[in-house]
Each structure stands twice: as C-alpha cells, then as structure tokens.
Write a protein that binds this ligand. Sequence first.
Ligand SMILES: NC(=O)c1ccc[n+]([C@@H]2O[C@H](COP(=O)([O-])OP(=O)(O)OC[C@H]3O[C@@H](n4cnc5c(N)ncnc54)[C@H](OP(=O)(O)O)[C@@H]3O)[C@@H](O)[C@H]2O)c1
Length: 317
Amino acid sequence: MRRTDLESISRRQVIASGIAAGVAAALPGSAAWAAAANAKPILRTIPSSGEKIPVVGIGTNAFDVTAPEDIATRKQVLQNLPLLGGSIVDTAQAYGKSEEVIGQLVAELGNRDKLFLSTKTPLGGDVSNTQAVIDTSFKRLRTDRIDLYEIHNFFATDTLLPVLREYQQAKKVRYIGATTSFENQYAPLLELMRKQKLDFIAVNYAIDARNSAKEILPLAIDKGIAVLINMPLGGRRGSFMPKLAGKPLPAFAAEIGATTWAQLLLKYNLSTPGVTAVIPGTTIMDYLTDNLAAGRGDLPDAALRKRIEAHWDTLGI
Ligand SMILES: NC(=O)c1ccc[n+]([C@@H]2O[C@H](COP(=O)([O-])OP(=O)(O)OC[C@H]3O[C@@H](n4cnc5c(N)ncnc54)[C@H](OP(=O)(O)O)[C@@H]3O)[C@@H](O)[C@H]2O)c1
C-alpha cells in the first residue's frame, strides 16, 4: 500500500471531493471538515514490517447492500477515506456482498493503491479446495494483492492458515492474522498468538467490553503483533451509540479535542496499550468524518482513561 499523506492533499482536493460526493459533513466550514482537514492523522507501526498505518479505518459488515442509494453512500465513504487520511477497509467473505461491493466501487474509483484491504476466510462451508476458498476474496475484491488476510473466528484454522502463509510467501498477501469478537474464543486466540507467527490479530474492545485488554493486548505487545479493534462502538447489533444520544458529552472530552461521543470513545480505545487501529462500522460520510477525527490530535493519558471509565459507569448503559 502507498499511504496517502494528508499533508500532500490540497484543501482544494478535499473540497472538490466533498462537493463531488454531495457531502455536507465534509464541506469547508463544518467542524468535521476542519478536524479532518487540519490535523495530521496519527500513524502506528505494524511491528512485523515497520510500515505505518493510520489508526482509524472502516468496518464494512454493513456493505452487504444492493439498493443504488445504499451503494452511493458507501462509494462516498470509500472515495473519501484516503482523501481524509485513512486507509484500512475491513471486510470478510462472511459479510454477504461486502467484498463484491468494495471490489466494484474501488474499481470505479481507481483508488486501490490508497487502501489497506483486510479480509477474512469463510465462517463455514467446504474448505477442502483451499486455494479456491482463498481466491474467492481476490476475485470479489478485484485485486491481485490483499493487504491483510485473517482466519475468521477460528473456522478451519489448521487447514487455512498454512495456505495463507503460502500466499504471503508468494507476496499475494502482505500480512496474515486471526480474528474473533467472542470472549469464549479468547483462549484459542491466546494459544494461536503463542504458537504461530502472526502479523495481526483483530479482537473486540470497547468501553463496555474491556476484557481483551487483560491478556490479549499485553500478549500482542510481547509478541509484536499488530491489533485491529473490531466492534469499537459496541458492535453493530448491540451498539451503545443510540443510547448515548441526548446524553451530554462530559466536559473533559475537550481536553483531548473530542467533540462527539464517537470521538471520545474511539480515542479511549486508541489510547489502550497494544491497540494499533480501530475499524468502526462506517457507511455514511457524517460518521466517516466523525470517526476519522478520533485518529487526530491528543489521546487520553492514563488518568483521563480512568475518568472516562468512571463516567461511563455512572451512565447505566
Ligand atoms: N470476528 C470479527 O472479525 C469481527 C466481528 C465483528 C465486527 N468485525 C469488523 O469490525 C467492524 C466494526 O464492528 P461493527 O460495525 O459490528 O460495530 P461498531 O463499529 O462497534 O459499531 C457500528 C455501529 O455504530 C454506528 N456508528 C458508527 N460510527 C458512528 C458515529 N460516528 N456516530 C454514531 N454512531 C456511529 C453504526 O451506525 P449505522 O448502523 O447507522 O451505520 C453502527 O450501528 C465491522 O464492520 C467488521 O468489519 C469483525
């Protein structure tokens, strides 16, 4: 991947992109645009390579759409993600049409080289033809190179991980890893991290689900494994974001420049030792600019993290 450096993008390009996409949230003058266009995105290093990536990407389990208006909002997101300094696009074979939608839109936009495409092996089915199983994502994503390819929730790990490694050796896959979002899979995840050489893991972590910080994130630091955080806003099915609507943002959010709950809680997430990047589910421009703003400026220190946790515990969510 060639990283898009926000500083190399003129304001005119950002404005043009926002106007072309009809994107109110990204228009000059809005707070979201100012935050997105003025500050430098925070980058973090992938330990196994030294490559740096922006700390906020997008999750696409809600890119399983066919209606033209739904495709249009996702196209705006994929177009503007790199223009606003992001790059990680997380998908999976199990997310319905997500890979195909991304493949089609990225081909139309011509911005493949500006994205860090992450996908996952299937969650079920016959995997005996391992090469065909792995090749499915290349075809759907319309690419000959996948940046990160992960085993999804431990389905057929022993069969598929060696093949992912072969693809990595053949330089078709740049990084390999394993993911879960279930606490009852933390033990096998820890075992895999100890036994296998992995570039990445992805695991759930959020203000209301902090258990992966106990053993998994410290082990990732020890082993030099990059960590993507899935479900950083509580997960699509159980997101706490609607419950925060109408609840005032605590005054201390201003200490780190957070102007929304999403920014505060993603910044909290990003300040957790061991976290490399977050991949909040993002289908519209308003949320893209909001979430990317969390990856700029200051992050909470240990004392502020404690205040955020204490405040959260008073909310009764
Ligand atoms: N095992 C695994 O590997 C695994 C498991 C789960 C998820 N994932 C990955 O992780 C990604 C993130 O997880 P997720 O999408 O389930 O959950 P999430 O990111 O925690 O939450 C997504 C929810 O938050 C809302 N949202 C996003 N940005 C917002 C903002 N700025 N303000 C208010 N609300 C906002 C979304 O709203 P809308 O509904 O309006 O879009 C959606 O309902 C997935 O897309 C997927 O790529 C991986």
